[in-house]
Design a protein around this ligand. Structure first.
Ligand code: ZN
Length: 507
């Protein structure tokens, strides 16, 4: 019934539109790749009448469709489960669950096989196949079954003498880690595969090339001869539904060796906020406060020009003064000036000083200006692979080490250090969140897990606090104010005290 109604309606509606060209001799064209979680299969295309087309039979086989021809009505029905598409064979039209959609061309028959334009998949089939379909014409991919295959675009720019910036856009936003391994920077995505067709990387002193890594979910940047160090940062999304990563590759002469940098000037003694009568927690020796970003890496910029790197440093200095004054515990800052510090160096400072706690401070960004509130994160092992999972579950002596065998925690592989502290970090995050909630606005998602690079190497309970959203006008004002910074400091201090009280001061 639907077929008749459709064709009658379409003939009336489309009398002014150009009639589809008669089928021309088909020619083979570049196949698509159908990607599911566990397999990749080629899907042939043909160019007929200037249109790239799939054989309906191929689609039927791949996605368990029933195709029936209704010659009397001049239509084809394509059924998946209880849902049906009616395709006109005369007009570039289809009815999908009662809704009319247009196609670039009508179906074309070659012998006994019907061909449909590739857009049939995205415009019609995707809405009736339950597992989901996504057609990506530029990369000739057809994703099925909710496979996570972010599109990766990369380009290089010179930013300042000797530094090459690789800008990586990821759609949709996908958790990732950035690490250096031998002569490569590896960006590992928490995905099933990568759609990395758009890599436009120009070789420089510090970058040789970018390409898909050995694993299907890894992007590799091959390093150039003068590479010295890198820093990676997540940037505000360039467009909705995407995320941007900067990987800055610094040349040798641009980074003085450690120890040669002039000592940063002593910070002004911050005004210590009024404090509650807090008990001194036992067993604490040292705490590392990490002021996020720094130097060229400004982090988030608010509409009024407030920079994340400035807020994090200011709150870090205040927190250090408050902890030292109130708790008598040594506090180290990962930076006490406007300078670049690599993520690994931040955790390394904490490890080298045998710190008991690590707190990384950041300010957040959102595309939606209304989004506001503080959030507390601890490490998610997702994306760090099996070894991290095993490290989290196993005892110290179960940890695999380089060269085989296993030893204790002293030589936990660097990457896995935080894996052993996930539960404690979660408790620490909850303590901080509880204390923040009493003093500052919180995000609806106050405690979360994420695969943050800066946390992964920390060999102690570690959290990352997003103090608020600089993309929210009111929060930008708050974050820049002494009053709000002091409230944050007070809350963080209380969170530390509560966590230590709850854990009895033992590691
Ligand atoms: Zn940040």
């Amino acid at each position: 019934m639907k077929v008749r109604a459709l064709v009658a309606a379409s003939v009336a509606a489309l009398s002014v539109l150009p009639i589809a060209l008669p089928a021309q001799q088909p020619s083979a064209a570049l196949p698509y790749t159908v990607v599911t979680r566990d397999a990749r299969r080629p899907l042939a295309t043909r160019v007929i009448g200037g249109q790239e087309m799939f054989a309906l039979d191929d689609l039927a086989r791949l996605f368990t469709l029933t195709v029936r021809e209704d010659a009397a009505a001049g239509g084809l029905t394509v059924t998946s489960g209880a849902q049906t598409i009616v395709l006109s064979t005369q007009q570039p039209l289809a009815s999908v669950a009662g809704r009319m959609i247009s196609l670039p061309a009508a179906p074309t028959r070659d012998g006994r096989t019907w061909y449909v334009p590739v857009d049939f998949v995205s415009r019609a089939l995707a809405s009736i196949v339950p597992a989901g379909l996504e057609l990506r014409k530029p990369s000739h991919l057809l994703l099925a079954g909710g496979v996570r295959m972010p599109r990766i675009a990369a380009r290089t720019d010179a930013v300042g003498a000797g530094t090459t910036r690789v800008t990586i856009d990821v759609a949709p936003p996908t958790p990732h880690t950035v690490t250096q391994e031998a002569n490569r920077i590896l960006i590992r995505f928490d995905a099933d595969a990568l759609d990395a067709a758009d890599l436009r990387v120009t070789a420089t002193d510090t970058v040789a090339a970018a390409h898909q890594g050995d694993a299907p979910t890894t992007l590799a940047i091959d390093l150039g001869p003068r590479f010295a160090s890198f820093r990676a940062s997540d940037q505000p999304a360039p467009t909705p539904g995407s995320a941007r990563i900067f990987v800055d590759l610094l040349a040798q002469t641009e980074t003085p060796p450690p120890g040669t940098q002039p000592a940063p000037p002593a910070p002004p003694t911050p005004e210590t906020p009024p404090l509650l009568d807090l008990p001194t927690p036992g067993g604490l020796r040292a705490i590392v406060i990490d002021a996020g970003h720094g130097g060229d890496d400004i982090g988030v910029r608010g509409a009024q020009g407030t920079l994340e790197k400035t807020i994090t440093l200011s709150v870090a200095r205040r927190l250090k003064a408050a902890i030292e004054a109130r708790l008598g515990v040594r506090v180290l800052l990962t930076r006490d000036a406007d300078q670049v510090v690599a993520p690994d160096q931040r955790a390394a400072l904490a490890n080298n000083n045998k710190a008991d706690l690590f707190i990384s401070l950041h300010a957040n960004a959102s595309l939606r200006p209304a989004v506001a509130g503080a959030e507390v994160f601890y490490l998610s092992l997702e994306g760090y692979g099996d070894m991290a999972q095993r490290a989290a579950q196993g005892s110290a002596d179960a940890l695999p080490v380089l060269g085989g065998g296993s030893r204790d925690i002293e030589i936990t592989p660097w990457e896995m250090a935080q894996a052993r502290y996930i539960d404690q970090s979660a408790a620490f995050a909850r303590a901080i969140e509880g204390a923040l909630r009493e003093r500052v606005p919180m995000s609806p998602r106050a405690v979360q897990q994420a695969p943050f690079r800066v946390l992964v190497g920390a060999n102690m309970p570690a959290v990352l606090v997003e103090l608020g959203f600089l993309t929210n006008a009111q929060q930008e004002q708050q974050l820049a104010s002494d009053e709000h910074q002091n409230a944050l400091v007070q809350a963080l201090l209380e969170g530390i005290v509560r966590y230590r009280a709850a854990t009895g001061g033992t590691r």
